[in-house]
Design a protein around this ligand. Structure first.
Ligand code: NCD
Ligand code: ZN
Length: 348
């Protein structure tokens, strides 16, 4: 049995850091595990301009504990009206990507894109300037079953987009299905995907098997929602295939526990406190620990055109008791698996 592994310092290519007191509460967790992170722009109001992104970046940096090295990689929220000339400004300011949320797909996405064709001039500018397009790949039609929304998005939007923008780098974010894994592995074009730890560890039963076995567990509810076991297996096979097109993105999405444990539960799993520990558990469970370094530390930088880190970190098979809740401004935040003891521990 492998007792420890050494890997190049990892990055998180998809995280939600929120703002204000919530931001101050969660930034230290991500900065403790990762060298860099792609910070999602779905604040209220969303980060749609270069100026807003730079101001947000300085608030994030101010929340990094002294002595920690952490680089937030900033993104803009793509809307129907993002002006094409915002892209040159964004590029010059070091912003690396824009996030496409179909309007209404998830938390704070009401300002999202209503029709992809409305954004084509802006996508052309992104292709020209080398900014990446990060996509929440789900259709939002109420007549499409929630569990089918990712697969339908591939046919309707993702495949045509790749044809229309062959040089645009596209990240299919937090993929959850065998259809998406297969599409990303085989598509012609500049496409890659992030995969969360929770979609590698759990199928949809996890949402419905709390307490004595049939209780609803709101902390396992996220979007895109957990799928059937065959999909979890396909994701695990994809990340363990050695394909450079798959890399780490936690989609850690903190919500106050009062928002999760409510009659309407916010979507999102908070995993930043134990991100690498959860990925280690998933890869170990599949006998694929030898593929974790490429997934966590090499494939992401390569796709984004950035150097990998040179420092290393260690994961040890060592008991790690995760607190049930931590402060989140004036509220509480409950990590996924809070109150449990995990089998791996990150030493950075
Ligand atoms: C995210 C959030 O809370 O911001 N929620 C989630 O379930 N993943 C939004 C998102 O990435 O879909
Ligand atoms: Zn997300």
């Amino acid at each position: 049995m492998t007792e420890h592994i050494t890997l190049l310092k990892p990055d998180d290519w998809h995280v939600h850091l929120r703002d204000g007191e919530a931001l101050k509460a969660v930034v230290p967790y991500t900065a403790a595990q990762f060298g860099r992170a792609i910070v999602m722009p779905n604040l209220r109001p969303p980060i749609t301009t270069t100026e807003q992104a730079l101001a947000y970046k300085s608030r994030i940096l101010a929340a990094v504990p002294a002595g920690m090295q952490f680089e937030p990689l900033m993104t803009l929220y793509l809307t129907d009206n993002t002006p094409p000339d915002e892209i040159a400004r964004a590029k010059a300011a070091g912003i690396v990507a824009l996030k496409l949320y179909p309007a209404g797909a998830t938390t704070n996405s009401d300002a999202g894109v209503t029709d992809i064709r409305k954004t084509y001039k802006t996508l052309e500018a992104m292709q020209r300037h080398g900014l990446l397009l990060l996509i929440h790949g789900e259709v939002t039609d109420s007549d499409i079953d929630l569990f089918d929304r990712e697969a339908v998005f591939i046919e309707r939007t993702m495949a045509p987009l790749l044809k229309d923008f062959p040089a645009l780098k596209i990240v299919f974010e937090h993929i959850t299905t065998k259809e998406a894994a297969q599409f990303v592995a085989t598509a012609h074009g500049n496409i890659a995907a992030t995969v969360t730890a929770h979609h590698l560890l759990y199928n949809r039963n996890a949402i419905f098997t709390g307490g004595a076995g049939s209780g609803l567990r709101p902390h396992y509810y996220c979007l895109p929602v957990l799928k059937r076991e065959i999909h979890r297996q396909a994701l695990m096979d994809a990340v363990a295939s050695g394909s450079p097109r798959f890399f780490l993105g936690t989609d850690s999405a903190p919500h106050a526990s009062q928002m999760k444990e409510a009659s309407v539960c916010g979507a999102g799993c908070f995993t930043a406190m134990s991100a690498m520990e959860l990925y280690a558990e998933a890869f170990d469970g599949a006998g694929a620990l030898q593929h974790l370094e490429a997934f966590a530390s090499k494939n992401g930088p390569a796709f984004y055109g950035l150097p990998a880190h040179t420092q290393t970190v260690q994961l040890k098979r060592e008991a790690f008791a995760l607190p049930e809740a931590v402060p989140f401004g004036a509220a509480d935040l409950k990590p996924l698996r809070g109150g449990e003891t995990l089998a791996w521990r990150l030493h950075s």
